[in-house]
Every structure is written in C-alpha cells, then in structure tokens.
Design a protein around this ligand. Structure first.
Ligand code: PGA
Length: 266
C-alpha cells in the first residue's frame, strides 16, 4: 500500500484529482468507481478544474458508484444520485447513460444487486476505485462484520454511520437505515484503489486499516490484500500511524528515483 501524507485537506484533494485526471488522459474509456461523502467533494471540485483547464474528455468514461441509500429516489436532496450530479456529472461531459449509481428504490434487491455486478463485469471491471473511509473503518457501506468476500447487496447501517451522516439529513432519525453497497470483494477486484481521508476523526480508522490486522471488523483493512492501493491522507488523518516517518521516506525515495530516471543517459 502506498501511503502519501499531505499537509492538509486541500493538498489531498489535489493529489486525488490528479490521479483520476491522469487515468482519464491516458485511457479515455476508463471505468471509474466513484464515491460520495464530505471528503470527495473537494477532490471532484479539483477534478472539474483540471478537466476544464485541459479540455479533458469524459464522454467515453463509464462510472459505477459504491452505494446508495434504500428508499431515496434519484431526486431526493440526500440521494447519492443527486450528489453525483451536483458535485461531478453535471459539470463535465459525462454520458449519463454510462454513469451508474445503485438504485435505492429497487423492489427486488437480490436481482438488482446481481445485475449491478454484471454491469461492472460487462464494462471490463473497474480501473480505478475511489474510496473514503468511515470512522468505524468501513469502505462503501461495508460496516464492521461485513464479509471480506461480500458482493453488492443490501446492508444495515451502524449507529455510528447514521450519526455521522445525520449532518447531511438534519437529524439521525431522518437517515435511512439500509443501503445498497458494493461488497468488499467487489472493491478488491478493481484494478487500482485510491482512498482519500482527512481530519483527526479518521485517524484511528486509518491507523487500523494500514497497520492493524486484516479483519472484517475494519473492512478497509481488506485493502492490505489488494496489490495496488494509494492512500492519500492529511497530517491529521495520519496522526495514529506509527510508521509515518517511513511512509514519508518512501515518498522521498520515489521522488529521487523519478528525478534520476528523467535525467538523460550519460
Ligand atoms: P465522509 O465519508 O467523506 O463523509 O467522511 C466517508 C465514508 O463514510 O466512506
């Protein structure tokens, strides 16, 4: 796992957006796994800025979102459908027919979740999956105890997640109790993962994910088994990492290697 520690949340957003923009530049028909939540908002703002400055084309990009609340229709102010349109899709030339967010209004969960998995397979799999992390160590809505082999399915939210998301709904009572979410196994199949985390409230979860055991009690820890994960965090979110000096040394070594490689052969 590559751990990149940035000074602040703005720098995390810039780094994250650059990774996504680099992929779309080199592979215009890339398949992106997308996330919602407070952390990724600035990353999407920065991506929009880069894309406009460079005239980046998103018309062939396909996207799959991680999750959606059950019972919220596409236009509900807190639905992830609406979040994605407002924070990303409406601002660039995405083909909305190729941008899937799980349907929180489906009546047949099992058939729908199988269909969603099938759509990911038919698209050729996810090239880059963007992720946030919950305070309870969840990725997508894979709450503690979720099987590390799980697939897209219905999931009950923990009280911690409900309380964290109450800020968006006005009160905890208004937060849906259920969601459709990609599984941990689904996420592990993406070719590359990019996780962003900022703020001291995420420090314990980041510490457990990177340096704790692989356990279903911290579903993000399953990313230790993935071969290509980039974690971009700010100094506050890094504050529980015991080996953070080492991660910084790795980044310095990587930078000097890149500089050496760029020098002309003598
Ligand atoms: P947040 O959510 O960015 O709103 O903190 C992240 C998550 O729960 O995955």
């Amino acid at each position: 796992m590559r751990v990149i520690i940035q000074p602040d949340a703005g720098a995390v957003a810039e780094k994250g957006a650059k990774v996504i923009a680099d992929l779309v530049r080199s592979k215009p028909n890339a398949v992106l796994g997308l996330a919602t939540g407070g952390t990724v908002v600035r990353c999407y703002e920065e991506l929009i800025r880069i894309a406009r400055a460079e005239n980046l084309d998103f018309s062939q990009v396909r996207t799959f979102n991680l999750d959606e609340y059950v019972g919220l229709d596409d236009d509900h102010s807190q639905s992830y459908h609406r979040f994605m349109r407002e924070h990303l899709f409406n601002h660039l030339n995405f083909n909305l027919d190729h941008c899937l967010v799980p349907d929180g209004m489906t009546q047949d969960y099992e058939a729908y979740c199988d269909w969603y998995e099938d759509q990911i397979r038919r698209a050729g799999g996810i090239d880059l999956q963007l992720l946030g992390i919950g305070r309870d160590g969840h990725i997508a809505f894979n709450e503690p105890g979720s099987s590390l082999g799980s697939r897209t399915r219905l999931k009950t939210l923990t009280q911690e997640t409900i309380e964290d998301n109450a800020r968006f709904f006005g009160s905890a009572d208004a937060v849906p109790r259920l969601a459709i979410t990609m599984g941990v196994g689904t996420i592990l199949e993406s070719r590359r993962c990019l996780m962003l985390a900022t703020g001291s409230s995420k420090a314990a979860a980041v510490g457990a994910m990177v340096e704790g055991p692989v356990t279903a009690q911290v579903t993000a820890s399953a990313l230790q088994l993935h071969r290509d994960v980039t974690l971009v965090i700010d100094a506050e979110a890094a504050s529980w990492l015991r080996r953070r000096m080492y991660y910084q040394q790795v980044e310095e070594a990587e930078r000097s290697l890149t500089t050496t490689r760029r020098e002309p052969a003598r």
